[in-house]
Design a protein around this ligand. Structure first.
Ligand SMILES: Nc1ccn([C@@H]2O[C@H](COP(=O)(O)OP(=O)(O)OP(=O)(O)O)[C@@H](O)[C@H]2O)c(=O)n1
Ligand SMILES: C[C@](O)(CO)[C@H](O)COP(=O)(O)O
Length: 221
């Protein structure tokens, strides 16, 4: 079986409000994106790594690789307007058969175990996405009324999100829809049931400044 990892790093990080996009910020003296790529390179699945970067950041990334002596082999793909388009560009560049894990560059604390669990689960079932059960109580807001939901039925979705290449190719033929907030929602829209692999509480998405501080603390554990 051929394994691929698409690491999406083509965003601009508006919510982080830093001049340097968050995927390049230093976490324990190494750019966030390098932590993420290292996790995939350490996994038993040994996927071919594709990094999606905004066209304007290709040279910047090449300079960072030199500066940090970063030698993990990878291919660079150009990003698109939305995460959906960045993922699509990478999928379009892959031919043949295989299993593909899509992962946010800004989830640098993902473990090799979680990566391998997602790959193995997807090999058996066609797809697997990392998610954790909600530990907070949850409410649904409709108009002005809120109502409690059963939190045991609520999963908070992470990445990796892992699929057979054939399913991804089919799903990403669709036109972009603002409800496509992850890859599972794109695949579900063409009729597939989505399988959950137990995610990790540490596998946070660096979205706001506090998340980078949290990631620093978690790495020191
Ligand atoms: N056009 C885009 C938008 C996002 N991403 C990537 O998708 C992941 C999750 O997206 P998000 O956390 O929303 O990142 P940004 O879009 O950069 O952040 P923001 O929404 O705050 O601008 C990130 O690794 C981001 O780089 C991407 O590859 N291409
Ligand atoms: C893919 C994702 O990380 C799953 O939780 C999430 O949907 C990305 O959302 P963002 O708004 O693009 O950060």
């Amino acid at each position: 079986m051929k394994y691929y990892a698409i690491i999406v790093a083509g965003g601009s990080g508006n919510r982080m409000q830093t001049e340097t996009p968050k995927q390049f910020l230093l976490l324990n003296n190494l750019p966030v994106l390098m932590h993420t790529v290292k996790a995939f390179a350490l996994s038993d699945s040994q996927p071919k790594i594709l990094i999606v970067l905004n066209q304007e950041q290709h040279n910047y990334w090449a300079r960072l690789c030199e500066e940090f002596n970063f030698r993990i082999p990878h291919e660079v793909i150009s990003g698109g307007t939305e995460r959906f388009h960045s993922v699509k560009n990478a999928i379009d560049s892959i031919e043949g058969e295989g299993v593909v894990a899509i992962h946010d560059a800004v989830r640098p604390l993902v473990s090799k175990t979680l990566i391998d669990n997602c790959f193995n689960h997807a090999v058996k079932t066609g797809n697997a996405i990392a998610a954790v059960q909600s530990s907070d109580s949850v409410r649904l807001l409709k108009g002005e009324k809120t109502s409690a939901l059963n939190r045991d039925e609520i999963y908070l979705v992470q990445t990796p999100q892992t699929f057979s290449l054939a399913i991804l190719k089919e799903a990403y033929q669709q036109a972009f829809n603002a409800n496509f907030t992850d890859d599972a929602s794109v695949v579900e829209a063409i009729g597939y049931d989505i399988n959950i692999t137990e995610g990790e509480r540490n596998n946070i998405k660096i979205t706001y400044p506090i998340d980078l501080e949290l990631a620093e603390l978690l790495l020191k554990k």
